[in-house]
Design a protein around this ligand. Structure first.
Ligand code: C5P
Length: 295
């Protein structure tokens, strides 16, 4: 087949609800969470076809990990292994989502690579296998590979049920200059938290309902060990974010506001008060597809 390329964007996510249940025999924790994609995104260009060749990754923007550990690179390698295609694959990644922030940037990049390669080599890897390849790369990858921009995740986070979309809202992300490693965050939680939690009461139908049930089990332990997170959460709550939460295991925090004017004013005050970036993003109604406008 001829060499072809496709562009795709890889959105960030926030967790509107995150309960950590028991630790499983495989070492992962059973979760109950609500993922929501937002407009902050990385951009990827994926090229494949033509002569046999290796997987290559070029990067623009900050990324602390080595190329071989980058999830976009590993996703391309995993697609090649699953499909058996001999063609060269080149991925160009423009990184905007901060790493170690709980925004799912690496997982979203991996899902975008898998979507793009599935688009360039249609049907070579069945959808169920593509999801399994994604889940093996990371617990959040299946959400980004899924059908819905808002979904409830159980199991490791990879068992997904789409949730009905909420009205578009404005999200102020606060990005403290600290990284939180997910594995140690789970380990710290295990020492501090009791084993069994109640499950999500009901699918949230409105932002008011989201605010009522919004919670994140990591908040106590991460805010206690990272003063920046405690400061970001306090500031977002002072400004009336509903909800205002840690995302994933942090360190990014976010607050939801009903209007762009209000969110922009809050972001300006928080940048001044805290001295860290506080971009305003919107909630997404659909996940980006390869080659779609903005995608
Ligand atoms: O799946 P992912 O690579 O994102 O997970 C990183 C680490 O976080 C895992 O190695 C595990 O220690 C922890 N984790 C967990 N339970 C989950 C997801 C992640 O314990 N559901």
């Amino acid at each position: 087949m001829a060499l072809r390329s496709v562009g795709i964007s890889a959105p960030a996510k926030v967790n509107l609800y995150l309960r950590v249940l028991h630790r499983r025999p495989d070492g992962f924790h059973e979760l109950d969470t609500v993922f929501l994609a937002v407009s902050l995104h990385d951009e990827l260009l994926v090229e494949s076809g033509g002569a046999p060749g290796p997987v290559t990754l070029t990067l623009q923007g900050p990324d602390p990990c080595a190329v071989a550990d980058n999830l976009a690179f590993r996703a391309a390698e995993a697609f090649r292994a699953a499909s058996g295609i001999p063609h060269a694959i080149s991925v160009h990644l423009e990184k905007r989502i901060p790493a170690g922030a709980g925004l799912g940037g690496g997982s979203s990049d991996a899902a975008a690579v898998l979507r793009a390669l599935d688009h360039l080599h249609p049907g070579v890897v069945p959808r169920s296998e593509l999801m399994a390849v994604g889940a093996a790369l990371g617990s959040d990858v299946p959400f980004f590979l899924g059908e819905s921009a808002m979904a409830r995740g159980t199991g490791r986070g990879e068992v997904l049920r789409p949730l009905p979309p909420l009205p578009e809202a404005y999200v102020v992300l606060v990005l403290p200059p600290v990284h939180v490693a997910t594995g140690p965050a789970f380990a710290a939680l295990k020492r501090n938290e009791s084993a069994v939690r109640e499950a999500l009461p009901a699918p949230p139908g409105s932002w008011e309902a989201v605010s009522e049930m919004a919670t994140n089990d990591f908040e106590g332990v991460i805010a206690a060990t990272h003063a920046e997170v405690a400061a970001a959460l306090g500031a977002l709550r002072d400004e009336g974010g509903r909800p205002a939460l840690l995302s994933g295991s942090g360190a990014a925090c976010f607050g939801v506001f009903p209007s762009l004017e209000r969110a922009t004013a809050v972001a300006g005050r928080l940048e001044e008060r805290l001295g860290w970036p506080a971009p305003v993003v919107t909630t997404l109604g659909a996940l980006p597809r390869p080659g779609s406008p903005g995608g």
